[in-house]
Design a binder for this molecule. Structure first.
Ligand code: HEM
Length: 177
């Protein structure tokens, strides 16, 4: 089928979202994270907070762009037979697309946990005042929140890399599931 401008636009936006999400996660995990260890803890914390705040805007932007551009791709590539003829589970293409959407939902759920549960805890703890045992308690909670953010970020990166494989199998084959 000849590529129409809708397909080109949808493909462009989808790949842009992939580049921002995966590229950004790799940079945060393997470039900024390790570099922070060479900065004094107080400054590393501020650097981590500021960069995470900015990166989360990009994360939510790309998470919103995935379904919009993905659906646009889906309808412009005439893949609708997958849904209309019940092929969503009975064909490899349908199962692969379904897995892509479910894994996207996992990324959204993890993103929501980071943004609305663990980040606020980290920021609140960082601002908290008090002496002795309270400081130690705050530091421990802060450390726990930071550990969870780091774990979830790694899970997200692994999930995103699997989704890229699913996408490639759809774009250049008939799916892999
Ligand atoms: C609700 C979410 C999503 C939907 C509905 C969706 C849908 C689609 C569709 C319909 C295609 C084109 C398949 C074809 O060529 O027949 C595609 C390709 C692709 N998707 Fe997704 N997708 C979603 C999320 C994601 C996510 C989260 C990632 C990666 C982090 C991703 C990465 C890719 C890649 C790499 C391709 C191949 C693009 C190419 O090489 O042209 N998608 N997606």
């Amino acid at each position: 089928m000849t590529a129409t401008w809708v397909q080109v636009l949808a493909s462009y936006l989808h790949l842009l979202a992939v580049a921002v999400y995966v590229g950004g996660s790799v940079a945060m995990e393997f470039v900024l994270g390790p570099a922070q260890r060479f900065v004094p803890p107080a400054q590393a914390q501020i650097l981590g907070q500021r960069s995470a705040d900015r990166f989360l805007v990009l994360v939510w932007g790309s998470l919103a762009l995935f379904p919009v551009s993905g659906m646009l791709l889906f309808f412009s590539l005439s893949d609708q037979h997958l849904v209309t003829h019940g092929g969503m589970l009975s064909t490899s293409e349908g199962r692969t697309l379904l897995a892509m959407m479910l894994l996207w939902a996992v990324l959204v759920a993890n993103g929501a946990l980071i943004t609305f549960v663990f980040r606020p805890r980290l920021v609140a703890r960082a601002k908290a005042q008090g002496g002795g045992a309270r400081v130690a308690d705050h530091l421990e909670s802060m450390q726990r929140a930071a550990t969870w953010i780091s774990r979830l970020t790694r899970v997200d990166l692994a999930v995103a890399l699997v989704v890229v494989l699913l996408g490639a199998s759809l774009a250049y084959g008939k799916g892999i599931l």
